[in-house]
Structure formats: structure tokens, C-alpha cells
Design a binder for this molecule. Structure first.
Ligand code: ZN
Length: 150
């Protein structure tokens, strides 16, 4: 493992151990539940939306380190952002985890999302890493929704 990969590994372990914005917002304006049966990841995302702006966001649930770290990092990136901003961050994230292994990524520009660059080498893990984002987008589009990766 090179130095950079090791750093990313540490970021994932840190967010897994000390997840940010963990819990349930009650009351909330939007809510979605996401499941990845292949791995057993289960997330619940609650949001308080104020005219297109995410004022507050929390996630709850259980799953593997990748799914939890991804949800934790996702909440830190989505907070105080508009729906459009969140969708463009999601597009970037999606590109990071689904691009081909040999595609050069601009890690500096990707910021925190860069930690998931290693995931693209493990197709089964892409669902774990994407679950939080897919659940968030679903929560933004429907006030109350369910997402399943299968
Ligand atoms: Zn998982």
C-alpha cells in the first residue's frame, strides 16, 4: 500500500469509528432509507430542507466501514448546500467510484471524495460507497422514500 492509500484508509477508519452527523433529525422535512442487501448495509437519512437548501442532515444505521464512512463524509459535504450543489458533488463522487482504474483523477480537486478512489478497484464495494449518496438524492427528490441497490 502506498502512502496516499494508507492516508485514505485512515480517513475511512476514522469516519467509521467517529461518524459525523450520526443520529436522526426529528422532526425532519425529508427522509429516506437505503439498503444494500449484498453487504447488509442499512442507512437512514433525515434532512431539514429550507427552500432548496440543506440546513441540517443526519444519518443513522449500520453497515460496513466503507458504507458508514461514505455516509459520514457525505453529510459533512451536503450540509448547508443547495440541492443543485449536492447533485453536482454526487456526480463527481459517482465518477470517482465508477471510472476505470487507469483513468487519472484530479485528487486535489476532489478533496474528501478522493478517499473513495480506491473503491473503483472493487466493484462490490461501489454499492457500499454509493448507498449514502443514492439515499440522499432519493430523500431530496421524494420526501419519504426507500432505496435498494438490488
Ligand atoms: Zn457494505
Amino acid at each position: 500500500m502506498n502512502e496516499l492509500q494508507q492516508l485514505y484508509q485512515e480517513v475511512i477508519l476514522d469516519h467509521n469509528k467517529n461518524p459525523r452527523n450520526f443520529g436522526v433529525l426529528s422532526p425532519c422535512t425529508n427522509h429516506a432509507e437505503g439498503r444494500n442487501p449484498l453487504c447488509g448495509d442499512h442507512l437512514e437519512i433525515t434532512i431539514n430542507l429550507d427552500s432548496n437548501q440543506i440546513n441540517d442532515i443526519k444519518f443513522d444505521g449500520s453497515g460496513c466501514a466503507i458504507s458508514k464512512a461514505s455516509a459520514s463524509i457525505m453529510t459533512t459535504l451536503a450540509k448547508d448546500k443547495s440541492i443543485d450543489e449536492v447533485k453536482s458533488i454526487y456526480d463527481k463522487f459517482h465518477f470517482v467510484v465508477t471510472s476505470k482504474k487507469d483513468v487519472e483523477l484530479d485528487l486535489e480537486e476532489l478533496g474528501k471524495l478522493a478517499v473513495f478512489a480506491g473503491v473503483r478497484e472493487f466493484p462490490a464495494r461501489v454499492k457500499c460507497a454509493s448507498l449514502a449518496w443514492r439515499t440522499l438524492i432519493s430523500a431530496l427528490e421524494n420526501k419519504d422514500s426507500q432505496v435498494c441497490t438490488e
